[in-house]
Design a protein around this ligand. Structure first.
Ligand SMILES: Nc1ncnc2c1ncn2[C@@H]1O[C@H](COP(=O)(O)OP(=O)(O)OP(=O)(O)O)[C@@H](O)[C@H]1O
Ligand SMILES: [Mg+2]
Length: 437
């Protein structure tokens, strides 16, 4: 595997994170700037209006009416940036004070108004006519323009800074992930499943990621070592009978013999070959238990009765009796597996048990009992492992795979394999899940 191909484009996630940060920041900055602008513009307009109102209040006390005509009293002092007008009921200007300005003609409306570049405050007078106070808005718009420029500049600066900061933050956060990815890629490339990736300090998500990757490597290492050990043992088990076989053939061929001697030799070879075949079939059964299970309801009684019928001649030949105590019972399992487990357990009872063997089926339960002593209790866990046999069975055919296959099948079905010792008698029971008892 090429490590270059495993390396992700280094900037992609960083870029996405940075753009994400920047987008959030741009939105926040624009919103903030608009808000500041609106608040400032409202406040400035309000203070301008307050000045107009105050001026109007002063001017109202300085209006004289002479022969029906309105005019300002001589003592009225008006600031130069303000313009004051008195209008008659028809909207014509009859008197002016302060700065002079001509607005579009028309009847004034009471209250505040913005007309062209002027802020206007109109007050209706008692007895007809209007007082109009005006002030140019150019100072206000100048201020707001400067504020807008400052806000845009500040927002741009913030966006640039946020992009930079976002990139640095993303880079810092992602660097340990890169390290884990690179270490994992290197382990994958070299097949070095005993190595581990560096654990990120800090007890955060990254620590969790690296410890999880390491836990995965640990469990992979366990499985690989187990497989290797099994392959070594299987090779060893196969080598012994093959060597014996080769020796026998050599012995048979070392000088000419008569027909009977050849026949006897060939019969011995046939027996050895049978044992070898049983061993390879056992290994194959065990290998098959690694495939993912497809469970289905299995009718136990019918399945085991067929097996019992097949094995009955072997029991008869050995002078043993096979009793059947079978009720109807169903289990979530695999039909072929149930058959295989029954064969293995019955063959063990036949080989190692006493003269009476009982095959029993109850709902969710399948057991084989024999009246022998059973294996030593302390040996039981070991005997469930492949290629393990009890002491003193060398003379009996077998390779130590039968119980290992039954145990592996039980694990596939979530069933429990339970041994029970009685005085005398030994029973092995398969308890299927989902049924009480
Ligand atoms: N019913 C039993 N009574 C006494 N000992 C038993 C019984 N069943 C199993 N054993 C012991 O457990 C060992 C392992 O059994 P297992 O079925 O795995 O292998 P095997 O019978 O020796 O060989 P194989 O089943 O591969 O032909 C046996 O060698 C035997 O010592
Ligand atoms: Mg066996």
């Amino acid at each position: 595997m090429n490590v270059g191909a495993l390396k992700l484009p280094p900037a992609s996630l960083r870029l996405k994170l940075t753009l994400g940060y920047a987008l959030v920041f741009i939105l926040a900055s624009v919103l903030g700037a608009v808000l500041i602008y609106l608040v400032a513009s409202t406040q400035l307009t309000r203070s301008l209006d307050a000045t107009l109102e105050e001026t109007a209040a002063v001017a109202l006390g300085n209006i004289e009416r002479e022969a029906g005509a309105l005019r300002f009293a001589a003592g009225l002092n008006v600031r130069s940036e303000l313009a004051l007008e008195l209008l008659n009921a028809r909207g014509q200007v009859t008197a002016q004070a302060g700065g002079h300005e001509h607005l579009t003609p028309g009847l004034p409306r009471p209250g505040f108004q913005t007309v062209e570049d002027w802020r206007v405050y109109s007050v209706p007078l008692e007895g007809g006519g209007w007082l109009r106070v005006m002030r140019p808005t150019d100072l206000l718009s100048g201020l707001l323009e400067t504020l807008a420029r400052v806000l845009v500049g500040a927002a741009l600066l913030m966006i640039v800074l946020s992009c930079l900061g976002g990139y640095l933050l993303a880079d810092r956060a992602l660097k340990p992930i890169d390290q884990v990815a690179l270490a994992a890629a290197s382990i994958a490339r070299r097949g070095a499943y005993r190595e581990r990736v560096p654990v990120a300090p800090g007890g955060d998500e990254l620590t969790r990621l690296s410890t999880t990757v390491n836990a995965m490597l640990g469990s992979l290492e366990g499985t690989i070592e187990q497989e290797k050990q099994f392959a070594r043992m299987a090779a060893h088990e196969l080598r012994t009978p093959l060597t014996t076989l080769a020796g026998r053939v050599e012995l048979l061929l070392d000088r000419p013999r008569d027909g009977d001697a050849y026949r006897a030799g060939l019969l011995q070879l046939q027996e050895r070959i049978g044992a070898l075949r049983a061993l390879s079939e056992g290994l194959l059964s065990l290998a098959r238990t690694d495939a993912p299970p497809t469970l289905e309801p299995v009718e136990l009684a019918g399945t085991v009765l067929a097996v019992a019928e097949d094995l009955r001649p072997e029991f008869r030949a050995a002078g043993k009796t096979l009793h059947l105590d079978v009720e109807e019972g169903w289990a979530q399992a695999e039909p072929e597996g149930v058959r295989q487990a029954t064969v293995n357990l019955l063959q063990n009872a036949l080989k190692y048990g006493g003269p009476q063997v009982t095959l029993r089926v109850r709902p969710g339960e399948l057991s084989v009992a024999d009246d022998g002593p059973g294996p030593a209790r302390e040996d039981w866990p070991r005997l469930l492992r492949p290629l393990e046999r009890g002491p003193g069975v060398q003379g009996l055919a077998g390779s130590g795979l039968g119980l290992a296959v039954v145990a592996a099948l039980a694990r596939r079905w979530g069933a429990e394999l339970r041994p029970e010792w009685a005085q005398p008698g030994f029973t092995v029971t398969l308890h299927f899940p989902g049924v009480n008892g």
